[in-house]
Design a protein around this ligand. Structure first.
Ligand code: PHE
Length: 348
């Protein structure tokens, strides 16, 4: 009986030895796989010896079992070692035949950058957010009510001509300003309301400083007590944060149908040394940045608010204009043409 145990252990050793030799002669991974099946597979040599276990006495079985397992581990290890060798050899050969020119310049990836209009908008958002404003939005395709009537433009009022409206076939129109968002927001909410509304607006107009499509940010604050002083304070804070702490602002009387009183707001020209000759402000020392005013009682009535109980101010600024002044851009169309030579200058 012992004989047969020893013989089997002996044959396991021989098997491991043979396997190792054969592995060494294999030159491809597929060969190795075949050898693996032959030695370790379901009908492989190791399995045959394992199956003869039952011919041994119960006390011999664990001895052989253990040896079979050890042998299996050794064979597997030898196989994996050889696999690594084969792969390394293959790689060495590939590298020896492939010529790599290390002096070639690398592939350059184009990196995107934030469009100047977008970065100005973000900056304006963050300033107004810090003053407690939420962002609101409205549709670009509007109706007469939201764009004009509710904003106190009577049907034949010449103020409608101030903005050359692009009409659509179905009687709708492309909004000429972001002020209709004031109406939509007030219709859907009760005061207090404090919003800014960014968006594209459309007018039939085109030259170096006018584009048929441009963007505005509308501001609206409605509460029980809101005064012109609040408007001035808000816009002063905005101008100082955006253009610098020492920038002066002034309010000039103006007219908008939906605000009363109305004003236009200028900031001190950031381009010229005061008194010099400046093509941006034409030596006035001031640049107009926005229109504003106290919400007209008729507007409150149009949205169902009691003008005796609420007050508010609104303002609207042109984002392109703000961006042009900030970056010294002299043609509005540059902002829409998306010429990368222009845009690249804003990549950080
Ligand atoms: N909607 C006005 C325009 O487009 C700007 C504005 C907004 C003026 C809010 C006053 C108050 O010219």
């Amino acid at each position: 009986m012992n004989d047969s145990l020893d013989a089997r252990i002996e044959s396991l050793a021989t098997l491991a030895e043979e396997a190792r030799k054969e592995f060494a002669t294999a030159t491809h991974e597929e060969q190795l796989n075949q050898l693996k099946a032959r030695y370790l597979g379901k009908s492989g040599s190791l399995k045959t010896i394992m199956e003869s276990l039952k011919e041994l006495s119960p006390d011999q079985r664990p001895i052989l079992g253990k040896t079979v397992n050890q042998t299996k581990q050794e064979v597997l290890q030898a196989l994996e070692d050889r696999r690594v060798q084969i792969r390394e050899e293959k790689r060495r050969q590939e590298l020896a035949h492939r010529w790599i020119d290390l002096s070639l310049p690398g592939r350059q990836r184009d990196q995107g950058a934030i469009h100047p209009l977008r970065s100005v908008t973000r900056e304006l958002f963050s300033i107004f957010r810090s003053l407690g404003y939420d962002v609101a939005e409205g549709p670009c395709v509007e109706d007469d009510f939201h764009n004009f009537s509710a904003l106190n433009f009577p049907p034949d009022h010449p103020a409608r001509d101030m903005q050359d409206t692009l009409l659509l076939k179905n009687g709708a129109l492309l909004r000429t300003h972001t002020s209709p968002v004031q109406i939509r927001t007030m219709q859907a909410n009760r005061p207090p309301i404090r919003i800014i509304a960014p968006g594209m607006v459309y007018r039939c107009d085109a030259d170096v400083s006018h584009s048929p499509m441009f963007s505005q940010i509308e501001g609206l604050w409605v509460d029980e007590k809101v005064s012109l002083a609040d408007l001035k304070g808000t816009l002063t804070t905005f101008a100082r944060r955006y253009y610098g702490p020492d920038v002066p602002i002034r309010l000039r009387p103006s007219f908008f149908p939906f605000t009363e009183p109305s004003c236009e707001v200028d900031v001190g020209c950031v381009f010229c040394p005061r008194g010099g000759s400046c093509s941006v402000c034409h030596d006035t020392g001031w640049i107009e940045i926005l229109g504003a005013g106290m919400v007209d009682p008729n507007v409150f009535e149009a949205v169902g608010y009691d003008p005796e109980k609420v007050q508010g101010f609104a303002f609207g600024l042109g984002i392109e204009r703000v961006a042009m002044l900030k970056y010294g851009i002299n043609d509005i169309r540059l902002l829409f043409e998306n010429d990368v030579r222009f845009l690249r200058q804003f990549a950080k």
